[in-house]
Design a protein. Structure first.
Length: 303
């Protein structure tokens, strides 16, 4: 499958792969967010009664979602795929090491493609979604979770202000993230039928902001943008960011919150059997009748 060519490459994919390789060994000590979102993806999948014999877990990480999918009635086989060889080893079972930006599968290969907190790392998300649709069978399912724009808002603000105060300038500290409306538009742009997008807010409480940063490194989720700061963050910046974090957000118990917004998207590869929207003017019943009111033509004011 041909890789799309975005005008700007935001993420250093080689660095991302290296970090995921390093994180894989101890990933189960830091995978609480993956586990939680895997459960919530399965809750959304529970309303789908269709059998899904062959499923691709795109960006499988430690394989938690694949494990849950394999237990689902009507799912015969789950293929794990990750850009990190070490992550694939953790997942076990049938697996492929490949780049999410260049899917190595034929068109119409899978009954479903699922992705748990992975697709936000690709440089061309519209192109990646289009590739996902292409490898789905007709009436195949895509179900994905991505971090949304509210994620780590406390940490982002405190790091930016701390760096401005200590260094006189600020560098990008957190990867760019998508919002709910943008995700819905991208699903439509990729050609998915019946797309639905929603989001959850999860708040995790930490003993310190430094523990939050440690968890992000443990997940392999540190900043991997090309325009990141290319040297170690100064100790004074981290201390000032921690001070600001405590000052603004600590609760009575001395814990600080970290916000994680997760956007969930579901859509289908088009098929003739799917429900189609009615043509304009084809409705058999008037809304005014249902509301027990009087219909007023456009351009006229009710008396």
């Amino acid at each position: 499958m041909q890789k799309s060519s975005p005008a700007i490459e935001v993420f250093d994919r080689r660095l991302l792969r290296q970090r995921r390789d390093r994180a894989a060994k101890n990933i189960r000590n830091f995978d609480f967010l993956f586990v939680e979102t895997a459960d919530r993806l399965m809750e959304r999948l529970a309303v789908v009664r269709k059998t899904l014999p062959l499923v691709l877990d795109l960006g499988s990480a430690q394989g938690k979602l694949a494990e849950l999918l394999q237990q689902r009635a009507g799912t015969a086989q789950v293929i794990c795929m990750d850009t990190s060889f070490e992550m694939v080893r953790q997942a076990g079972g049938a697996a492929v090491v490949a780049d999410e930006e260049l899917l190595p599968f034929r068109s119409g290969s899978f009954d479903a493609v699922v992705s748990n907190l992975n697709l936000h790392w690709v440089n061309d998300l519209p192109g990646a979604l289009l590739q996902v649709k292409q490898i789905l069978k007709p009436d195949g399912l895509f179900l994905g979770a991505l971090p949304g724009g509210e994620t780590l808002k406390e940490l982002r603000q405190c790091l930016m202000e701390a760096e401005l105060a200590v260094s006189g300038g600020a560098s990008p500290r957190v990867s760019p993230l998508i919002d709910l409306r943008e995700m819905g538009a991208l699903m439509q742009r990729a050609g998915f039928a019946l797309p639905v997008v929603d989001s959850d807010i999860m708040t995790v409480h930490y003993s310190s902001p430094l523990k939050l940063m440690q968890d992000l490194r443990g997940m392999g989720a540190s900043n991997a943008t090309y325009n990141r700061l290319m040297k170690a963050t100064r100790r004074q910046v981290l201390l000032e960011a921690s001070r600001l974090y405590y000052e603004r957000y600590a609760d009575a118990a001395g814990l600080v919150p970290a916000t994680f917004q997760v956007i969930y998207a579901i859509g289908w590869s088009p098929h003739a059997s799917q429900q189609q929207p009615l043509a304009p003017g084809s409705a058999r019943h008037k809304l005014a009748d249902a509301l027990q009111t009087v219909e007023v033509p456009a351009g006229e004011k009710a008396g």
